[in-house]
Design a protein around this ligand. Sequence first.
Ligand SMILES: [Zn+2]
Ligand SMILES: [Zn+2]
Length: 673
Amino acid sequence: MDTIHITMPDGAVREVPLGTTAAEIAQQISPRLAKEALVARIAPIHTQAAVAASAAAGAAPEARMTSAANGEGLLVDLRAPIDQDVKLSILTPKDPEAIQVLRHSAAHLLAAAVLELFPHVKLGIGPPIDTGFFYDFVRDEPFTPEDLERIEKKMRELAAQDIPNERKMLPKPEALELYRKWDQGFKCELVEERAIEPMVSFYTTGKFIDFCRGPHIPSTGRIRAFKLMSVAGAYWKGQEGNPQMQRIYGACFYTQQELDEYLHRLEEAKRRDHRRLGQELDLFSVQEEAGPGLIFWHPKGGLVRKIMEDWLRDELLRRGYDLVYTPHIMRLELWKTSGHANFYRENMFGPVEVEKDDYQLKPMNCPGHILIYKSRLRSYRELPVRLAELGTVYRYERSGVLHGLLRVRGFTQDDAHIFCMPEQIEAEIEACMDFAFAVMKTFGFSQYVVELSDWDAKHPENYAGSAEDWSRSTRALESTLNRLNIPFKRMEGEAAFYGPKIDVKLIDAIGRPWQLTTVQFDFNLPGRFGLEYVGEDGNRHQPLMVHRALWGSVERFFGILIEHYAGAFPVWLAPVQAEVLPLSEKFAEYGKKVASALKDAGFRAHLDDRNEKLQAKIRDAQMLKIPYMLIVGGKEAEAGTVSVRQQSKGDLGPRPLADFLSDLRKQVDSRAV
Ligand SMILES: [Zn+2]
Ligand SMILES: [Zn+2]
């Protein structure tokens, strides 16, 4: 009666006394496992009702803690007594889910350290995040960098003491009393709002006590590879108008090596930040006077954009798309028909009144293309119709989320809509994917991940389109990916309500993923707009509609390119391809000749005829990340050569000008990256 059965991941069943803990079982298995264990996952073998019953009886409140990430079972403390037959996994640093528990415990360690040094702070919340943790505090004075150093040192002290993280259950009134006495108003508020059971779960780390569901790692000694990163302002509960808190961020990993790698990536990301480079290289700006999230393309950025767009438009035409232009502002009625005025309203700029009629700045290009499709009756012979536009749209993004070129309020999508018959869809999807890969290859990306988002078939009522539409289209997406040998992740239930889609995320030079290409079915708009074509049978049919964007937007893709190349664009994209640097004024004449020869051959060249030392000129050209510097002096003038210096490789020595020109031609024409 007083024994329970524990099923281990390998299927072995252990019979142990009721109330045995995962820590004890780990110890029985091997001292090494016991040492490495961080947290346990249990899944009751009986019904959920049994768990609820035992939970209600207060027998094992631990079992009601955080759901495990994989949805199977619950994460619990190693010290939690197990009170029923369960499947048990003992998680160590090898298990990805365990890191968030470690980080959560690091947040508690941070709060414990802050309380030791600043006993009068008021505590907010402290959850784990992607790369570490944070904790929110209210304190009259701002935390300084020196404070962070002291706090981090104190954390190391407390970690070295290997203080246990202990769970305690208190009746709710006692819990409130405890925080009231301690004058922790925010915590009182949390207990009031969130404690649904009569007993409230707390964790202590030495003197620090936190209202927390856990689970936690057994003691602080395991928190070794961490670093406090920054302090930022935060509102209590994230709501403007609530009290301002100071949020201390920390990074936390299992090993120092992982932490070092992360810090290095951060450093790299900073070095590549497109906002800084955009200014240094004079590519673009955002002007406060004009408003946030609106991009000004400066001449050099504009030149890169022209080259990007030229490539794209040529490809579009070559691949059977038609180029169109549609108005930036259209009647609000149109957006009611499309449904955007309803389900997309929060992301739109407000309507504008003209002659008592409301007009809407466009947040999307789709209705415009639909009107072109609908402008006359289409025959099956014309399908597929592929309408493409570098279409500028305006969306109301909250000011807090705006970010350089990546999150903006006005941007130009490389948008296209394909209207076709069901039997054409696979070929169209395949062509879209081929185009997407051409984009990645041309612009220098070799790694990517692909996701296929499907509907949640259990809830067809939440979606537009019939089950047949969904299964046919999802099958088309899937079989295309399979045929092209593209590995993909299937995302059940992740599709938008109007259709399944493929998303391509590319991986940049420092391993960051960026959402780029989307190929998206739409079962909603063709019906709303009554789209038709006359079939071979002479009857009218509704075409399938696909939205697709490859870059996403010109702005965003440009931002990604800047970061990917750290501003040093490949020569075919670089706004200045070669900088001519005369050794001194004496050779300005030959310099001019070289620069003209480059320009005459169609290259983007610039002559630096400033009266500066060569070293200074080289440094400046290097700063501007110009691919080639051509140094010209007496020897070069006499021999008709240029001394070539490459941005990334340094001096390449003297070369006949004609040779350099033909080499450059090859590089530009092949779009070498
Ligand atoms: Zn906690
Ligand atoms: Zn669209």
